[in-house]
Design a protein around this ligand. Structure first.
Ligand code: ADP
Ligand code: MG
Length: 263
């Protein structure tokens, strides 16, 4: 069988621990321009392993661009991104190898409509991680149970609610065993009554110690789950701190007026 014959190729987890580091991700002097438009104007911050950071800020402030630069879906114009001790902006780094260490969940769920839930969860494991069928199905089932959808593996995305589809997308990302999960407004496309189920799955992940960076307008979630809140405006971090500090006692006028508009 393939398991017995597989040579000792390092797994994602083993490769990740081969460099000891006390940061999950470091962003240094990050700039990003699209043509003449400078969207990120010097971003510096670090997330520790197990930390949950919520990023808030007005539309157009660069939150999605920051997440997309964090896993090199966008190429930064300047600056460095270090993930688990590896400088992923180093041109010599194999970006596909790095990207598998980072799970990403989008506002639009991006499931494959013609594949069942189970197939949606196994396809990347098989193609990208080269896992065998039994192993990928096992990981898929484990993660579907984790998001409360063990009974939906044979369903197709169109048969599920938006909240269920988003939970499938989270389970799919988790099946790749990421070190770090990035969420870009994961509940913004959902009907209000479906938001709670997705947030409680995310809260469960946070409780299990997953490192998470979450762009969200859900201030209740940020207040209760985040270790740190980062407020962005105009492509810079205006202020950051604990939820109590940033949401409860904001120091900057721009933060205060943003919070006054959304709360
Ligand atoms: P946010 O997520 O905070 O709403 P974004 O990061 O999506 O902000 O966008 C910040 C700015 O960058 C916006 O002005 C947006 O129009 C612009 N932008 C984002 N992506 C691109 C792109 N691929 N090409 C050109 N402009 C872009
Ligand atoms: Mg956005």
């Amino acid at each position: 069988t393939d398991t017995a014959a597989t040579p000792a190729e390092p797994s994602g987890a083993a490769a990740a621990t081969s460099t000891t580091t006390s940061t999950a991700i470091e962003i240094h002097g990050l700039h990003k321009s699209f043509g003449d438009l400078e969207v990120l104007r010097g971003i510096d911050f670090t997330i520790a392993p197990g930390e949950v950071v919520c990023v808030i800020g007005p539309s157009g402030s660069g939150k999605s661009t920051l997440l997309r630069c964090a896993n090199l879906l966008e190429q930064p114009s300047a600056g460095r991104v270090v993930v688990g001790g590896t400088d992923i902006t180093d041109p010599d780094v194999d970006i596909d190898r790095v990207r598998r260490r980072i799970g990403m969940v989008f506002q639009q769920f991006n499931l494959f409509p013609h594949l069942s839930v189970l197939e949606n969860l196994t396809i990347a494991q098989r193609r990208v991680l080269r896992r065998g069928k039994a192993e990928s199905v096992h990981a898929a089932r484990e993660n579907l149970a984790r998001v409360g959808l063990a009974d939906k593996e044979s369903s197709y995305p169109s048969q599920l609610s938006g909240g269920q589809q988003q939970r499938v997308a989270i389970a799919r990302a988790l099946s790749m065993n990421p070190e770090l999960m990035l969420f870009d407004e994961p509940t913004s496309a959902l009907d209000p009554e479906l938001v709670g189920d997705v947030l409680s799955v995310m809260r469960g992940l946070a409780d299990e110690g997953m490192t998470m960076m979450v762009v969200t307008h859900e201030m209740g979630f940020a207040r209760e789950v985040a270790d740190r809140v980062v407020f962005m405006d105009g492509g810079v971090i205006v202020e950051e701190g604990t939820p109590d500090e940033v949401l409860g006692n904001p120091q900057h006028q721009r933060t205060r007026s943003f919070l006054a508009r959304i709360l």
